[in-house]
Design a binder for this molecule. Structure first.
Ligand code: 13P
Length: 284
């Protein structure tokens, strides 16, 4: 099918109230495993890369493996750049072939965040690339960004409406009480705020910090407008644990067998999330 923008995918998901899984992968194998899961369930999928992952491999290499995987896939696949503060880096990704990008200027004051987001929107839109932007500060650690609990703050519905007015983002990421990484206690999700922001902006919402949320929280957030559901930390654990466990259990120095076990573990994990998010059968 080839790579496509997440914009259409998420507009449909928002209308039909299911979540499209956005999975952070780090190499060809983890990406192939995640897309295989989507194919098995005929689900649309967003593959996200962190800035660090792009820096490790280089833009062209990531796009080469993504195009190879998506070209042979019957389901819609988007290649998305996760949290990026640098418009120049975003431009490089767009030029290289990313179909969706996120500008994260959420640490800046409101007006500055809005100005940067608008500028990146013009650039992305001209290339047919969907844009995600953040308001408020989502807590936790993601890539090289770390927001301490006391610095995280929720998005304000009035400001959210102002931010998104005449700005047709593919998806909007307001901070609603979730956090990246492993939750230390029970996360306090501001469901009312999520509902109000989704209604007042009219945009599909991105749920960040998916790892560790309960099935009920996922379902409630999706019902209230979260059309993009981000999973990173769980896949990092699956990636490392499956590798280490296979080697410990089999004491084998067989890279292909270890990689096969790792891909199988990632595939299973992604299958479970897709079922939970309700996107099975939505990628036909
Ligand atoms: P987790 O690492 O908590 O799954 O969050 C992922 C995310 O929101 C990526 O932007």
């Amino acid at each position: 099918m080839g790579l496509e923008s997440m914009k259409g995918m998420l507009a449909k998901a928002g209308k039909e109230q299911y979540g499209v899984g956005a999975f952070n992968t780090v190499d060809y194998a983890s990406t192939k495993a995640a897309v295989t899961a989507a194919e098995e369930l005929a689900a649309p999928i967003i593959i996200q890369t962190s800035v660090k992952t792009v820096q490790l491999w280089g833009h062209a290499t990531v796009v080469t493996w993504m195009k190879d995987i998506a070209a042979n896939s019957p389901v819609p696949v988007a290649l998305h750049l996760d949290h990026c503060k640098d418009p120049d880096f975003i431009r490089q990704c767009i030029d290289a072939g990313w179909t969706s990008v996120m500008i994260d200027a959420s640490a800046k004051p409101f007006e500055e965040n809005l100005a940067i987001t608008r500028q990146v929107f013009e650039m992305a839109d001209a290339a047919g690339v969907g844009l995600e932007a953040e308001l408020g500060e989502i807590g936790g650690v993601e890539d090289d960004k770390s927001v301490a609990d006391e610095d995280a703050y929720l998005a304000d519905p009035d400001k959210a409406e102002m931010f998104c007015k005449d700005l047709p983002l593919a998806v909007f990421a307001p901070a609603i009480g979730t956090a990246h990484g492993v939750y230390k206690g029970e996360p306090k999700i501001a469901f009312d705020r999520l509902e109000e922001i989704a209604k007042r902006t009219g945009l599909p919402i991105a749920l960040h910090g998916g790892t560790g949320l309960s099935d009920d929280v996922f379902k409630r957030c999706i019902a209230l407008g979260c059309a993009k559901v981000n999973i990173s930390t769980q896949l990092k654990y699956t990636f490392i644990d499956s590798f280490v466990n296979y080697h410990q259990d089999h004491q084998a120095y067989e890279p292909v067998k270890v990689l096969t076990a790792q891909m199988e573990a990632i595939r299973k994990t992604v299958v479970d999330y897709i079922r939970l998010f309700g996107s099975e059968g939505k990628g036909k």
